[in-house]
Design a protein around this ligand. Structure first.
Ligand code: SF4
Length: 355
C-alpha cells in the first residue's frame, strides 16, 4: 500500500492536484517523515522544472517612510525600526545595481520601493527612466516591486519602459490578511496583479510564512497562488524585526517546519518556480542548502531590502554542490537574458476579477 506521500506524488506527477485538506495534513502531521516528503518534492520539481535554479537580485530603490502598516515590514513609517530612509534612487544608481546583480550571476534586478503605490507624475517618470536604463543595458531583466497599482495607465507605462516582471505578494492567505495589514486589502493586491498581467508583464507573487497563520492558512495561501498562476512564487520566512508588530510576537520557525513548508508548496505548485528568499538564512541556518532538495527552484542572491544576505559566491557553490545548475550564463553580442518569452496569458482571479 503506497504511503500518503507516495499517493500524492503519483497524483501530482500524473497532472493531478493536492487539496488544501491534504496539504494541511502534510504540514501538521509530524509522523509524516520529512525526508520522504522532501524526496517526493524533489522528484516532482525535477520532472516539471529540471535541475535549474533561477537567481534574482533586488535593490532597495526607495527606503522607509511608507504609509502602509504591513506588520512584518521595517519600512513602515508607523513603526520605529531605525531603518535607513532615502528617496528614489536615480537611473545611474539603478544601472550600477544592475551591474552588481549581473556580476553575482542574477538574471534579473528588482527595483523595490517602499510606498503605497505609484500614480502618474514625476515619480513614475523617474521610475520609468531607471527601468529603461536597466532594460537597455541588457545584462539583467528589469523587474520591480513598486506597491499597489490601481491605474491601468501606470501599468502600461511600466511595460512600455521595459519592465519584465512585476512583484506584488499576496503575503498571506486571504483569511489571515487582516491580522497582518490594515491599511489596504488582499483584494487591492489581487487587483494590482490583474492590471500588471493585463499590461503584458510577467507576474511574481508569493508570500511570507511564520506570521502567526495556521498550517491550514499556509495551505490556503498555496492554493490561492495556484489560482493566481504567477510566473514566479517567492516564499519568504518571517525574519522578526525589532520594532514591527510581528517582530515582537513571533520567533523564527524551525528549519524542519520551513523545509516542510517548501516541499508542500512544491507539491501544490508543481510547475511554478518557487523562489525561497527573505528569512532563509535566519530560519534555515545550516540547513539552508536543503531548500533546493525541498523543491525551491529559484533564490535571491545578494542583500535583501533591509537585511543582508549571504555572499553570492556561497550560494553559487551551494547550488553546484547540491547537484543543481544555476541558471546564469554570459551574454552573447546583442543578446539579452530571457526567462520565458511571454507572460502567462491567464487573468488573475480574485474578488475583483471574478465579479
Ligand atoms: S511591505 Fe511595502 S507597502 Fe507594506 S509597509 Fe512595507 S514598504 Fe509599505
Amino acid at each position: 500500500m503506497p504511503s500518503f506521500v507516495q499517493q500524492l506524488e503519483e497524483r501530482v506527477l500524473a497532472g493531478g492536484e493536492v487539496s488544501v485538506d491534504e496539504a494541511t495534513r502534510l504540514l501538521e502531521d509530524d509522523s509524516i517523515a520529512l525526508d520522504e516528503l522532501l524526496a517526493a518534492a524533489d522528484r516532482v520539481r525535477r520532472r516539471f522544472l529540471g535541475d535549474e535554479v533561477h537567481l534574482c537580485s533586488i535593490v532597495n530603490a526607495k527606503s522607509g517612510r511608507c504609509s502602509e502598516d504591513c506588520g512584518f515590514c521595517a519600512q513602515s513609517a508607523r513603526f520605529q525600526t531605525g531603518v535607513d530612509e532615502y528617496g528614489l534612487i536615480d537611473a545611474d544608481a539603478a544601472e550600477q545595481a544592475a551591474g552588481r546583480a549581473a556580476a553575482n550571476g542574477a538574471e534579473a534586478l528588482g527595483l523595490v520601493a517602499a510606498w503605497r503605490g505609484l500614480k502618474p507624475g514625476k515619480e513614475l517618470d523617474r521610475v520609468c527612466e531607471a527601468i529603461e536604463r536597466v532594460s537597455a543595458g541588457g545584462a539583467v531583466h528589469a523587474d520591480a516591486s513598486l506597491g499597489l497599482i490601481d491605474d491601468p495607465d501606470v501599468a502600461r507605462r511600466l511595460k512600455q519602459a521595459g519592465l519584465h516582471t512585476y512583484n506584488h505578494n499576496l503575503e498571506t492567505a486571504r483569511s489571515h490578511f487582516g491580522q497582518v495589514v490594515d491599511s489596504h486589502s488582499w483584494e487591492d493586491r489581487v487587483r494590482t496583479l490583474e492590471l500588471v498581467r493585463e499590461a503584458g508583464m510577467h507576474v511574481c507573487s508569493g508570500g511570507i510564512v511564520g506570521m502567526g497563520e495556521t498550517r491550514r492558512q499556509r495551505a490556503e495561501l498555496a492554493a490561492e497562488l495556484r489560482e493566481l498562476d504567477p510566473d514566479m512564487v517567492p516564499l519568504n520566512f518571517l525574519n522578526p524585526i525589532e520594532g514591527t508588530p510581528l517582530g515582537a510576537e513571533h520567533a523564527p520557525m524551525s528549519p524542519d517546519e520551513a523545509l516542510r513548508c517548501i516541499a508542500v508548496f512544491r507539491l501544490m505548485l508543481p510547475k511554478h518556480h518557487i523562489m525561497v528568499a527573505g528569512g532563509r538564512e535566519v530560519v534555515l541556518g545550516e540547513q539552508q542548502d536543503r531548500m533546493y532538495a525541498a523543491g525551491a527552484s529559484a533564490t535571491m542572491v545578494g542583500d535583501y531590502l533591509t537585511t543582508g544576505g549571504r555572499a553570492a559566491s556561497d550560494d553559487l557553490a551551494a547550488i553546484a554542490a547540491a547537484g543543481y545548475t544555476a541558471r546564469s550564463r554570459p551574454l552573447g553580442a546583442g543578446e539579452t537574458r530571457a526567462l520565458d518569452p511571454s507572460p502567462r496569458p491567464r487573468r488573475v482571479r480574485g474578488e475583483g476579477a471574478d465579479a
